[in-house]
Ligand binder design. Structure first.
Ligand code: C2E
Ligand code: MG
Ligand code: MG
Ligand code: MG
Length: 273
């Protein structure tokens, strides 16, 4: 008997493979319908100043209201959206919607939008950024794009030109998931990033691993000597909070200060101050 639940699948017969393929194809069909039928919603997670605990921005995180499966997280569909190219229209929608949403926030509160490497390489990106800003009225300084180092892995000259173009608009560029790739350090030399987001895998083990603490401290020191803001991702406990503060992290994002929330909750949170 073959298991057909995706990962860890073993099979003796072809049909099990077909079931996996069918599942994937169904997801792709669902994804196309979802884009057409606006089944997506953006959740926003607060980012706070490490010293004052004031909210300085929100990261836009995509959620899919699947008609049968309920709320689906990006971990389950971003990869397929990238493989099929659907990430381009989807990412464009996120960018436009996030700018619209953030336009109603106070001027010092930023919105951070994740840009997939596939979307980043699409020739329409710069135009999308410009028109998302123009249509929403959001100030370019309030928009931050989060990219991962993989963006610079291939055709880095074109990628750098794109980054410089975006930066010239006044939009900030953050390097996401810092430390999980192979050559994060060398990329810091290539482009003046505004922000480094220290990957949550380092924060998670702060309590148990001296090495993680040393790495976080080194990244923060590096950031501060290069004039780059550092954000600790995935801070959940007081202990982690104390440690990242001690190391001098500029900003904090994580369940400790808040999980990703629907837009309507953000407005309430901002009104409370
Ligand atoms: P990311 O950009 O690194 O986003 C941070 C992820 O960590 C989010 O997961 C967030 O909910 C989660 N997180 C934040 N604080 C904590 C914490 O304290 N503990 C734990 N356990 N998790 C925390 P999410 O929303 O599931 O998104 C996963 C990834 O999917 C994102 O990682 C990003 O790479 C991608 N993604 C999300 N939205 C978009 C989007 O609109 N476009 C693209 N291209 N990718 C997106
Ligand atoms: Mg991110
Ligand atoms: Mg991240
Ligand atoms: Mg990530």
């Amino acid at each position: 008997k073959a298991k057909t639940d995706g990962r860890g699948t073993y099979c003796f017969f072809e049909p099990a493979m077909d079931a996996g393929m069918q599942k994937r194809r169904k997801l792709e069909v669902d994804l196309r319908q979802a884009i057409a039928g606006s089944q997506f919603e953006i959740y926003y997670q607060p980012q706070v100043n490490a010293g004052t605990e004031e909210v300085v921005g929100f990261e836009a995180l995509l959620r899919w209201h699947h008609p049968e499966r309920g709320l689906v997280s990006p971990g389950e569909f971003i990869a397929l959206a990238e493989e099929t190219g659907l990430i381009v229209p989807l990412g464009e929608w996120v960018l436009r919607q996030a700018c619209k949403d953030a336009a109603s926030w106070p001027g010092h509160v930023r919105v951070a939008v994740n840009i997939s490497p596939v979307q980043f390489r699409s020739p329409s990106l710069i135009h999308t950024v410009i028109s998302a800003l123009a249509d929403s009225g959001l100030s370019a300084f309030q928009l931050e794009l989060e990219i991962t180092e993989s963006v610079l892995l291939t055709d880095s000259e074109t990628a750098l030109a794109t980054l410089h173009h975006i930066k010239k608009l006044g939009v900030r560029i953050a390097m996401d998931d810092f430390g999980t790739g192979y050559s994060s350090l060398s990329y810091l030399r290539l482009f003046p990033f505004d922000k480094i987001k220290i990957d949550q895998s380092f924060i998670r083990e702060l309590g148990d691993s001296k090495d993680c603490a040393a790495i976080v401290k080194a990244v923060v020191d590096l950031g501060s000597s290069l004039g780059i803001t550092t954000t600790a991702e995935g801070v959940e406990t007081t202990d982690q909070l104390d440690q990242v503060r001690e190391h001098g992290c500029t900003e904090i994002q994580g369940y400790f200060f808040g999980k990703p929330l629907p837009f309507s909750h953000v407005e309430k949170l901002l009104r409370k101050g």
